[in-house]
Write a protein that binds this ligand. Structure first.
Ligand code: AMP
Ligand code: MN
Ligand code: MN
Ligand code: MN
Length: 311
């Protein structure tokens, strides 16, 4: 579905060291002036990805990504090594994170980009957010035990690579390993999504908190994979109204889970709201992810790419 369409024009890789937020302490970032292939959404083993951050960085560079953000769920622990490896590979790097929130009962993800990773408001908020995941995972284990699948919490822990970050993806990997379903998509469809037996409610961050942490740390907030939320058109517009009112500036238009129709739909919404557009594979691992790092269509040309806000 998503071809690896690269721009035909040769890309002049002029690199500049830019302090991109004058009001921050010393936050510098190596940004290509005109990135040809940016990927601002992916995961490492610091959250629920399968590869360590340095391997994700090398894979991105090998795939031709020239401006890259690692966006692990609710955790900044991979950013130092990710930046070092990106710079060794000659690839621009932007600090990133994907924050789990709940808005009017709907679980939503907000990507933060270009913030100061040392900011205590952001890191403290994320510490608290992660601490709720263990208790939620235990409840997921109980819920699965109640339908005859015992030991799922302990089983999921065997797949966890960061003890403070257990996600539904770890449960899904465990459930596939014991033959409950053939693949991750099947597990999510039958067990781990709202209304299914292994899904439990959880109090995530609020939209206001997540945007406040990101913007307070000098970053840009982007609404992640909007096509994945179960919302009517009017609910989506109400969400985007709130997102913008609270300081959100970006919308993921091209991403690993969007169909071409969804790309066009969210491009229209980005124009309507004057959002900057982001592009991200949401890569989790070579065997799992349908879209590899950087291997997705370019943004529609008239949209303002979100990297412009970072330099
Ligand atoms: P959590 O943050 O614990 O709610 O887990 C969410 C994660 O589960 C996502 O970031 C994906 O890694 C994974 N996920 C959610 N839905 C699916 C799906 N349908 N297929 C595969 N993985 C999914
Ligand atoms: Mn994930
Ligand atoms: Mn997500
Ligand atoms: Mn993601």
């Amino acid at each position: 579905m998503h071809g690896a369409r690269q721009p035909a024009a040769p890309h002049k890789r002029i690199r500049a060291t830019v302090g991109f937020m004058l009001n921050l302490p010393i936050v510098f970032c190596l940004l290509p002036v005109t990135p040809a292939n940016f990927d601002f959404h992916c995961h490492s083993a610091v959250s629920d990805g399968l590869l360590p951050p340095q391997e994700v960085a090398r894979r991105a560079a090998g795939n031709g990504v020239d401006l890259w953000a690692l966006t692990d769920h609710d955790d900044l622990g991979g950013l130092v090594i990710a930046r070092e490896t990106a710079e060794e590979a000659g690839m621009g790097f932007v600090p990133g994170v994907e924050i789990s929130i709940e808005w009017r009962g709907v679980p939503i993800h907000v990507v933060g980009l270009g913030f100061d990773p040392a900011d205590r408001g952001l890191s403290g908020g994320l510490d608290e957010l992660r601490s709720g995941r263990i208790e939620r995972a235990r409840r997921m284990g109980d819920a699965l035990a109640a339908i005859g699948i015992p030991g799922a919490y302990e089983g999921a822990l065997c797949f966890v690579t960061n003890p403070s970050l257990i996600s539904r993806a770890h449960f899904a990997r465990y459930l596939v390993s014991i033959g409950i379903a053939r693949d991750m998509a099947g597990v999510f469809q039958h067990y781990l999504t709202p209304g299914k037996p292994g899904y439990v409610d959880h109090r995530w961050a609020t939209l206001q908190e997540a945007i406040g942490w990101i913007v307070g740390a000098g970053g840009v907030a982007v609404a992640a994979h909007p096509g994945r939320y179960r919302m009517s058109g009017s609910e989506m517009r109400r969400f985007l109204d709130d997102f913008k009112d609270l300081g959100g500036q970006g919308l993921e238009v091209t991403c690993g889970s969007h169909s071409p129709d969804q790309v066009m739909h969210f491009a229209r919404l980005a124009r309507h709201y004057a959002f900057h557009a982001s592009r991200g594979s949401d890569f989790h691992g070579p065997e799992e992810s349908y879209v590899d790092l950087g291997k997705l269509p370019q943004l529609p040309e008239d949209l303002k790419p979100v990297w412009r806000l970072l330099s």
